[in-house]
Design a protein around this ligand. Structure first.
Ligand code: NAI
Ligand code: MG
Length: 495
């Protein structure tokens, strides 16, 4: 049975969606549109305005004006916080509609979008709303040895960075928009948001809700379009003060180069190849935990627990358990009731992930289950467990971003940290053991921005999230996120 589509969703996808610039819905300057497909069939779901360099130009002008002389900076922090809170409320009021748009556009099960993506996005705005009134500086006693006898009053101000460009991916489209917009707005910045071309719908819908919440014209602009054009123009724009990016490590490096022109501030959330480590004394829940770590969101998670390490004497049992779960997962369209795993987001990702499966097979890895595309319609891939891998294989080193885990045994606490850290990435890690000293000792040794003990994929608006090594620069969420969206000014007066 299919989830009954909300009428608002049908209306939303029936006609081409426009760009949101300076508080107005407008066509792309070129008049062009592009299609976003339904990944469960490949059929066209909706048409979207194809923003380009000229549209980015318009959006940056609007955001610049809204920042430099507009109403955003003149609102009290309390009023700003109230508007941001209202965005969270409106997301919850439209939860079914947003979850359906997300499911249709991205392919993830409606039930998952409704239970996780949408409430988490709302919670992020609610959390960040509270910060608007709590951004503070310090008073500082200065000494100035070369001015004996002089008396000073020094303090710091924490101010918004200015105009912020935000480029987000397709794996959690609404949630990634929230992670980006919430702290930027709480700190008083203005924004140009460029959603992923694969999943533009919820960001466009969110723009409407933000206007309804009272976000003034020009403060948030949403320009849909492609990475190489709209995204690249935003990253390079000389009037943009900061760029925040989530996506591939490859494009993250391009962003850094593009940002060099005006040395705009940069934060990056990039790829991962996260180790999930199961010790021999782990509780039985570790098996379901290991399956969830990789199969949640079809493996399309930057923190996916894609390298499963199991202590030698429980290796066969734990891996067999994960295989059993993989076999039981019900694949289907996201809007089909009972679907546990939908299709990958795009034809490109289907080809990328099945390419990795081929490479694993060619290199001698064994697929205990899965290993191929599922069906011949849509972009489905079977949940896959690979063993007999070696640390140099592509499937072990590179981010697959699909429902594919590589499992390897380990001997002891002494050798697992080195094996787990043997990656150019450092985003997430999981530890499963009933020995809490061992867990914390290993947590210290892991070079990763997030470590989960006896759990995985636990996110909260108050927890900082980000990567070591090539997994990124800076942190999102928590109060740490505000640091990336503020500048510090030191003011000194001689008394
Ligand atoms: P991508 O990095 O190309 O796309 C992410 C965002 O960047 C999109 O909004 C895209 O339009 C934009 N973009 C692309 N090229 C750009 C450029 N030159 N300048 C500015 N913006 C640009 O990722 P893609 O191609 O969708 O996926 C490829 C791989 O990236 C995946 O297989 C996965 O390994 C990784 N990835 C990681 C994500 C994460 O959460 N860390 C999210 C999405 C993808
Ligand atoms: Mg790309």
């Amino acid at each position: 049975m299919t989830v009954t589509t909300e009428r608002s969703v049908e209306e939303f996808t029936a006609s081409p969606r426009q760009l949101f610039i300076d508080g107005q819905w407008v066509d792309a300057a070129s008049g062009r549109t592009f299609e976003t497909p339904d990944p469960s069939t490949g059929d066209t779901l909706a048409h979207i305005a194809e923003g380009d360099t000229e549209d980015i130009e318009r959006a940056v002008r609007a955001a610049r004006r809204a920042f430099d002389d507009g109403p955003w900076g003149r609102l009290t922090a309390s009023d700003r916080g109230r508007i941001i809170w209202k965005i969270g409320d409106l997301i919850l009021e439209h939860a079914d509609e947003l979850a359906q748009l997300e499911s249709l556009d991205n392919g993830k099960p409606f039930a998952v979008a409704r239970a996780a993506d949408v409430p988490l996005a709302a919670d992020l705005f609610h959390y960040m709303a509270g910060w608007a009134t709590k951004i503070e500086g310090n008073t500082i006693n200065i000494s100035v040895p070369y001015m004996p006898g002089a008396n000073f009053h020094s303090y710091t101000l924490r101010e918004p960075v200015g105009v912020v460009g935000q480029i987000i991916p397709w794996n959690f489209p609404l949630l990634m928009a929230a992670w980006k917009l919430g702290p930027a707005l709480a700190a008083g910045n203005t924004v140009i948001l460029k959603p992923a071309e694969q999943t533009p719908l919820t960001a466009v819908r969110l723009a409407g809700l933000m206007a309804e919440a009272g976000i003034p014209d020009g403060v948030v602009n949403v320009v849909t379009g492609f990475g190489e054009t709209a995204g690249a123009a935003l990253a390079a724009h000389p009037q943009v003060d900061k760029i925040a990016f989530t996506g591939s490590t490859e494009v993250g490096k391009l962003i850094v180069h593009a940002a060099a022109g005006n040395l705009k501030k940069v934060t990056l959330e990039l790829g991962g190849k996260s180790p999930n480590i199961v010790f021999e004394d782990a509780s039985p829940e570790a098996v379901a935990g290991a399956a969830n770590a990789i199969f949640f969101n079809h493996g399309q998670c930057c923190v996916a627990g894609s390298r499963l390490f199991v202590q030698q004497n429980r290796f066969d049992e734990v891996v067999a358990g994960v295989v059993e779960i993989a076999k039981s997962i019900k694949l289907g369209p996201g809007m089909e009731e009972g679907t546990q795993m939908g299709p990958l987001v795009s034809d490109e990702q289907l080809r990328r992930v099945t390419g990795f499966l081929d490479s694993g097979r060619d290199d001698g890895a064994t697929a205990l289950t899965g290993g191929t595309r599922y069906g011949d319609k849509g972009y489905f891939v079977e949940p896959t467990v690979l063993t007999n891998t070696t640390p140099d294989m592509k499937v072990v080193r590179e981010e697959i971003f699909g429902p594919v885990v590589v499992a390897a045994p380990f001997q002891s606490l002494d050798d697992i940290a080195a094996a787990a850290n043997d990656s150019e990435y450092g985003l997430g890690a999981g530890i499963w053991t009933q020995d809490i000293s061992k867990a914390h000792a290993l947590a210290k040794k892991l070079r990763a921005g997030t470590v989960w003990i006896n759990c995985y994929n636990v996110f909260d608006a108050s927890l900082p999230f980000g990567g070591y090594k090539q997994s990124g620069w800076g942190r999102e969420m928590g109060h740490e996120a505000l640091e990336a969206y503020t500048e510090v000014k030191a003011v000194t007066a001689q008394l």
